[in-house]
Design a protein around this ligand. Structure first.
Ligand SMILES: C[S@@+](CC[C@H](N)C(=O)[O-])C[C@H]1O[C@@H](n2cnc3c(N)ncnc32)[C@H](O)[C@@H]1O
Length: 301
């Protein structure tokens, strides 16, 4: 049995805990000598603006006090971020939709096709589909692109260890306000507990993050525990199994395209499996409801 299942007191994998410290540049790595500990070490040769969201400082064993009301990791007076041009991170359209708790909000492709973003559902408590995902989670859960944090908050409310990671300050703020823990950072930057998360989530179209599903799945493989799992959502039933689209998207709040384009992707379950196999994953199980499809992947040895 995995640690996170055995001992619900584990706030994060293998006793990882996160403290806030002043705005110091840090670089994070998982210690090989102390596999139950994740350290943040200063790297003097690294420019200070390499990891601008890393005001999160010490990630260590269980001695740190719990953080009531969730954990918010942001950067006071933060420097220019690599993801700052990323409209998820700095754009008005997504933040405004999260603040209002609803859309309309679309991802708009260059050819004018629009894919609705279900902001109202993301801002609501978990629905039946989400609850099934929650029941498939094991141990310590990392929700990649957690948005306003309904999954992380639900796990936390059930006393289950979970951390959300998202580039959007508004998403992190809402997750924390809902009682969850969240870290404002890109999934492609160093994260606490790499290789120790029992469950990694890629829901609500998040397989599109970065516009390269193969790269994202390979990144997720490095985050998960060797006996852990990834729960990934693909496009809705009715769309082709082998749908495999990479494109530049812009936000559209119903009144036309807004902000800078950014890379995104959409995959059907068949294409997801192809990318997964190349990224070090094997199929475990899958299910579908009327409007959503989920696949559970396990790491290949
Ligand atoms: C399609 S939305 C899904 C929201 C969501 N899962 C929820 O429950 O509300 C994509 C989310 O991923 C976040 N995101 C985009 N790029 C990211 C990155 N590189 N790393 C982490 N999160 C990212 C966005 O800010 C946004 O909250």
């Amino acid at each position: 049995m995995l640690d996170g299942q055995r001992d619900p007191r584990h706030a994060l994998p293998h006793g990882v805990h996160v403290d806030l410290q002043p705005d110091e540049p840090h670089h994070m790595h998982a210690s090989r000598a102390h596999p139950h500990t994740v350290h943040l070490d200063h790297q003097p040769d690294e420019p200070h603006d390499m990891h601008p969201h890393a005001s999160l400082a010490h990630v260590h064993g269980s001695s740190a006090p719990p953080s009531p009301g969730g954990l918010l990791v942001t950067v006071p007076g933060r420097r220019t971020a690599p993801g700052e041009a990323d409209p998820w991170s700095g754009g008005d359209a997504y933040a405004a939709a999260l603040r209002s708790g609803h859309g309309p909000l679309y991802l708009r492709q260059g050819d004018g096709r629009r894919h609705p973003l279900d902001v109202a559902r993301w801002c609501a408590p978990p629905d039946a589909d989400d609850r099934r995902v929650l029941s498939a989670c094991r141990g310590a859960v990392l929700d990649v692109g957690c948005g306003p944090g309904r999954m992380v908050a639900a796990l936390a409310a059930g006393g289950r260890p979970a951390l959300g990671v998202d580039v959007s300050a508004e998403a992190v703020r809402r997750t924390v306000a809902a009682g969850g823990r969240a870290l404002r950072r890109s999934v492609f930057e160093p994260l606490p507990g790499e290789g120790a998360w029992h469950t990694v989530l890629l829901l609500d179209g998040n397989i599109g993050i970065g516009g390269d599903p193969a790269a994202l799945l390979a990144r997720a493989r490095r985050l998960v525990h060797p006996r852990g799992r990834l729960i990934a959502e693909s496009v809705a039933p009715g769309l082709p199994d082998d749908l495999d689209e990479r494109f530049e998207a812009r936000f559209d709040d119903g009144s036309g395209p807004r902000g800078e384009p950014f890379p995104w992707a959409r995959v059907g379950p068949g294409a997801l499996l192809r990318h997964a196999a190349a990224g070090g994953w094997r199929f475990s199980t899958s299910w579908a409801s009327g409007s959503r499809r989920f696949t559970v992947l396990r790491p290949l040895p």
